[in-house]
Design a protein around this ligand. Structure first.
Ligand code: GDP
Length: 441
């Protein structure tokens, strides 16, 4: 879970303040000592922590806070404000050129998640109505070129590569020219990474930069590397000059040091964060929403936005009345599941629900379950999907074989499906007020 350790410690410390009717300077001091420790343990830069605690303390012991009716809550609000400021205050957007194509240069060390993120970014932009072209400039690793091609295909974006050309500067230049001719409005250039920063890598990036004059140079850094990520941002910025950072693998970062230190130390904005391996697991980085998540207040806004941008409203049109009339069949079930999957991993969605993340953090939410259900449904015939009641013993055996599952797994799904259908029916009756819900007593 994102910021798991930090979130838990901060929430516990601040919870202690929340209930208090009166608060003294000593109470604030004690709480701030805990906050400081929690931030240091989260691998936040030492100077950043010192300044942060100082600011929160100064604001908290002001007369109007301690004398207010809800001093504990006021202090929590101050912590929230300052966390937000630490991450840059407001969201920092991509620089989209008024004269297309907008050229985005992706940089980063090998393994940081650059290629995956390039695909995710294209998906994100595509959902905003853009028409991106992905350019493979990693001439050293054919596997990386293939990986990008697969991602482009998945996203439905144009893919550009030059098989027999090992000059990344030329490839990038040709790609931008082609994008202009063909009318693509965004060009995202995936470059080679190295295991460590070296001069050759920087020179290559600088050469591409001076040839294609990107509107946006993004650096992908792995959140799990904590303070190292901050140093990488500094070094890339000094050598190349970057416009923003994409923090990858935030889902695996239980500490949060990179997210909380990068802006404060380097003055470079985090523009996006990636929270999983799926194509939909990239979100714009909103400092206020991140601060809310750290303090356990959830992030309903991002959840709604994800639903609005990922779910195909035309595809799910009619589902509502099907649910009410018990017409809901396995085809609809599959459709609904596919729409949810597009929003990202289940775990990343759960974390956005206020109050839920803490309780749910120990529950293993396995996206593979969805894949299994999908395989089972896809092994059913058209008739079986439309009318599950015809699925008898021999049909179950066939479906199990086709999907690589056991018959008891098929039985379980059929039972769950029937229960869901009944529940939908009851709920719709209940809300319509036509029939009273039947209770078994
Ligand atoms: P590159 O060498 O920088 O291009 O890195 P890749 O894009 O090939 O990614 C390296 C590995 O990190 C792959 O296994 C990705 O699936 C994984 N990865 C990338 N982004 C994320 C993320 O946000 N979360 C998680 N959990 N894994 C990621």
């Amino acid at each position: 879970m994102i910021f798991e350790g930090l979130a838990e410690k901060l929430q516990n410390t601040l919870q202690g303040l929340r209930g208090k009717g009166t608060l003294s300077e000593k109470d604030v001091d004690a709480a701030m000592r805990e906050v400081k420790l929690a931030l240091l343990e989260a691998d936040v830069n030492y100077k950043v922590v010192k300044d942060f605690v100082k600011r929160v303390k100064e604001r908290s012991i002001g007369e109007e806070v301690l004398k207010s009716l809800t001093p504990g809550q006021q202090v929590i609000k101050i912590v929230n404000d300052e966390l937000k400021e630490l991450m840059g205050g407001v969201q920092s957007k991509l620089n989209i050129s008024s004269k297309p194509p907008t050229v985005i240069l992706m940089s980063g060390l090998q393994g940081a998640g650059k290629t995956t993120t390039t695909g995710k970014l294209a998906y994100n932009l595509k959902q905003q109505g853009k028409n991106p072209m992905l350019v493979a400039c990693d001439v050293y690793r054919p596997a990386a070129v293939k990986q990008l091609e697969i991602l482009a295909d998945k996203v439905g974006a144009k893919f550009y590569s030059e098989e027999n050309n090992n000059n990344p500067v030329q490839i990038a230049t040709n790609a931008v020219a082609e994008a202009k001719t063909l009318g693509f409005d965004i060009v995202i250039i995936d470059t080679a990474g190295r295991l460590h920063i070296d001069e050759e890598l920087m020179d290559e990036l600088k050469n591409i930069k001076s040839s294609v004059k990107p509107h946006e140079i993004l650096l992908v850094v792995d959140a799990m590397t904590g303070q190292d990520a901050v140093n990488i941002v500094k070094t890339f910025d000094e050598a190349l000059g970057i416009d923003g950072v994409i923090l990858s693998k935030l889902d695996g970062d239980t500490r949060g040091g990179a997210a909380l230190s990068i802006r404060a130390v380097t003055d470079k904005a985090i523009k996006f964060s990636a929270t999983g391996e799926k194509i939909g697991d990239l979100e714009p980085f909103y400092p206020d929403r991140m601060a809310n998540r750290i303090l356990g207040m959830g992030d309903v806004l991002s959840l709604i936005e994800k639903a609005q941008s990922s779910v195909d409203m035309d595809a799910i049109k009619g589902l509502d009345s099907k649910m009410k009339n018990m017409d809901f069949n396995f085809d609809d079930f599959l459709l609904q599941m596919q729409q949810i999957k597009k929003m990202g991993s289940l775990k990343s969605l759960i974390e956005m629900i206020p109050g839920l993340s803490k309780q749910m953090k120990n529950i293993d939410v396995d996206d593979k379950e969805l894949v299994k259900i999908e395989a089972i449904i896809q092994s059913m015939t058209k008739q079986e999907r439309a009318n599950p009641s015809i699925i008898n013993g021999s049909r179950k055996l066939r479906i199990a074989k086709g999907s690589g599952m056991q018959v008891n797994q098929i039985n379980r799904l059929l039972k769950q499906f029937e229960e869901t259908r009944k529940m939908m029916k009851q709920m719709s009756n209940f809300t319509k007020g036509k029939k009273k819900m039947k209770f078994p007593f």
